[in-house]
Design a protein around this ligand. Structure first.
Ligand SMILES: Cc1cc2nc3c(=O)[nH]c(=O)nc-3n(C[C@H](O)[C@H](O)[C@H](O)COP(=O)(O)O)c2cc1C
Length: 408
C-alpha cells in the first residue's frame, strides 16, 4: 500500500502477468520470491536505512554464518512417502499459528514504513502467525493492541529504573500480550560499521552524503515528514521532548545493559504469562533461563548484530536441544530466509522460528501486503519442502528423517 496515496504499490519494474499469479496461495503480484521484495526495499529506502536493516556487527562474520550454515544443511529427499494432507498448523507459545513461524521483534519499524508495526501486526494476523512488538517500536503497545484482534508478544528491553520496566509490563499485560520476550544478548551496543559510515548513530550524524541519499528517496522522505516516527512506548518517561532524537538519547542513557539472574527473577515475579528468553547461544545459559522460569528460549544471535564471531544459531542449537529436551519450548532465529530453512529448523528439533529480515523487506517495500507476500512465500516453500521430504505434519516430524545426517 502506498502510504501517501493509499493505493496498492506495485513495484513498477516487476509486473507479472495475472495468469502467472499463484492462485493456491493468492500471492499479491508483488513478488515471485523474497529477492524481489529485498530489491524493492532497497529501491524505496535511503541507503542508511536499508543498511541498518541489512547489516550486522563488525565484519558481519556471524551474520553471514547464520545463512551459510543453514544453507549447508542438507534435506533428505523422500519421494515414495506420499503426504496428501500436509499440515503446517501448530502452536507457538500457546498461540495458534498457521505455520511454525512468528514475526521477530524489530525496532523502529515506523522508520522503515510509516506505522510499520501496525502493518506488520495486521499482516501477521491475516496470515495467522504470531507477531512480536519491540520495546523500541514506533507505534505504542496500545495502538497495536487496538489494531488487531489476536494477542501478540511483547519484547522487553530493560531500563535501569525498575519503575519503567514495571510500567511497560503492566501496559503489555493490559494490552492482552500473551507472552513476554526478554532479549538478553544486548548487554552492549557493538560497533556496526555500516551504521557508523551512514551516520546512523545516537544522535544522528547529518553529513552531506547522507542528506543527498535521503533526498534521492522522496517517497520515503515525504512519509517520514508526515509521520515523524519516534520510540512511542518510551515517550511518557522522557522529559523534554517526544521526537526521535530526544527519546533515543534518553533510551541510550537509561538502558540497563546486561540482564542478569536478579533481573530475570524480578521479571518472573512480575509477569504471570508466558516468559521467553531471547538471545541464548549456550546450553548453560539455556539451563539457567529455564531454571529461572522461562517457558521458552529463542536460540538467537540477534541476526548477527551483536557478538561477531559467535556461533551461528543452527550450529549452536543441537547442544542446547540436548540439555533442554522437553523442559521448555525451543525457538530459533537468525538467518532464516525461506520455508526450506524453516523445515531444516524443525528437522533440528526446534518448535518454530522467528523471522527477521525477510518480513522487513516486505514491509519496507509494500507495507502490510509486502509482509503478507513474504509470509506466503515462506508457507509455500515450506509446503513444497514437506512434500519432497515426506513430512505431513510440522508437529510430528519423523525423527532424523528431515536432515541428511551425513551432511548435517
Ligand atoms: C533492523 C532490525 C531491528 C531489530 N530490532 C530488535 C529489537 O528491537 N528487539 C529484539 O529483541 N531484536 C531485534 N532485532 C533482532 C531480531 O529480533 C531477530 O533476532 C533477527 O532479526 C533474526 O535474524 P534474521 O534477521 O537473520 O532473521 C532486530 C533485527 C533487525 C534486523
Amino acid at each position: 500500500m502506498d502510504e501517501i496515496t493509499g493505493r496498492l504499490d506495485v513495484d513498477a519494474s516487476f509486473k507479472p502477468r495475472l495468469s502467472d499469479i499463484d492462485h493456491e496461495f493468492k500471492i499479491a503480484p508483488l513478488a515471485w520470491h523474497l529477492g524481489n521484495l529485498k530489491a524493492a526495499a532497497k529501491r524505496r529506502l535511503p541507503r542508511g536505512i536499508f543498511d541498518f536493516i541489512e547489516g550486522g556487527s563488525y565484519d558481519e562474520n556471524t551474520m553471514r554464518a547464520n545463512v551459510a550454515d543453514l544453507g549447508a544443511l542438507r534435506l533428505r529427499q523422500r519421494v515414495l512417502v506420499t503426504t496428501p494432507n500436509r499440515n503446517q498448523h501448530t502452536r507457538i507459545l500457546g498461540q495458534r499459528s498457521s505455520m511454525p513461524v512468528a514475526i521477530a521483534p524489530i525496532g523502529l519499524m515506523g522508520v522503515i514504513y510509516p506505522r510499520g508495526e501496525i502493518h506488520a501486526a495486521r499482516a501477521a494476523q491475516e496470515i495467522g502467525v504470531p507477531f512480536s512488538l519491540s520495546t523500541l517500536s514506533t507505534c505504542t503497545i496500545e495502538e497495536v493492541s487496538a489494531a488487531v484482534r489476536e494477542p501478540f508478544f511483547f519484547q522487553l528491553y530493560m531500563f535501569k529504573d525498575r519503575a519503567v520496566n514495571a510500567a511497560l509490563l503492566q501496559r503489555a499485560e493490559q494490552a492482552r500480550c500473551s507472552a513476554l520476550i526478554v532479549t538478553v544478548d544486548t548487554a552492549v551496543h557493538p560497533r556496526r560499521n555500516r551504521d557508523l559510515d551512514n551516520g546512523m548513530t545516537v544522535p544522528l550524524k547529518i553529513r552531506p552524503r547522507n542528506v543527498a541519499r535521503i533526498l534521492a528517496k522522496p517517497r520515503w522522505l515525504i512519509s517520514w515528514l508526515r509521520h515523524r516516527p519516534t520510540l512511542a512506548n518510551l515517550t511518557p518517561f522522557v522529559p523534554g521532548g517526544a521526537d526521535l532524537g530526544t527519546v533515543s538519547v534518553w533510551a541510550e542513557r537509561n538502558y540497563k545493559g546486561a540482564v542478569g539472574i536478579a533481573d530475570l527473577e524480578w521479571i518472573r515475579a512480575n509477569w504471570s504469562r508466558k516468559l521467553v528468553v531471547k538471545g541464548v547461544l549456550d546450553p548453560e545459559d539455556a539451563k539457567l533461563a529455564i531454571k529461572l522460569g522461562a517457558d521458552a528460549v529463542v536460540v538467537s544471535n540477534h541476526g548477527g548484530r551483536q557478538l561477531d564471531g559467535a556461533n551461528s544459531t543452527v550450529k549452536a542449537f543441537p547442544a542446547i536441544r540436548d540439555v533442554v529436551g522437553d523442559s521448555a519450548e525451543l525457538l530459533i532465529d537468525s538467518g532464516v530466509r525461506s520455508g526450506l530453512d524453516v523445515l531444516k529448523i524443525l528437522g533440528l528439533g526446534a518448535k518454530a522460528c522467528l523471522l527477521g529480515r525477510p518480513f522487513v523487506y516486505g514491509l519496507a517495500a509494500h507495507g502490510q501486503t509486502g509482509v503478507m507476500a513474504a509470509l506466503r512465500l515462506i508457507a509455500q516453500d515450506l509446503d513444497q519442502g514437506m512434500a519432497l521430504t515426506g513430512v505431513d505434519d510440522v508437529n510430528s516430524l519423523p525423527s532424523g528423517r528431515v536432515i541428511d545426517p551425513a551432511r548435517a
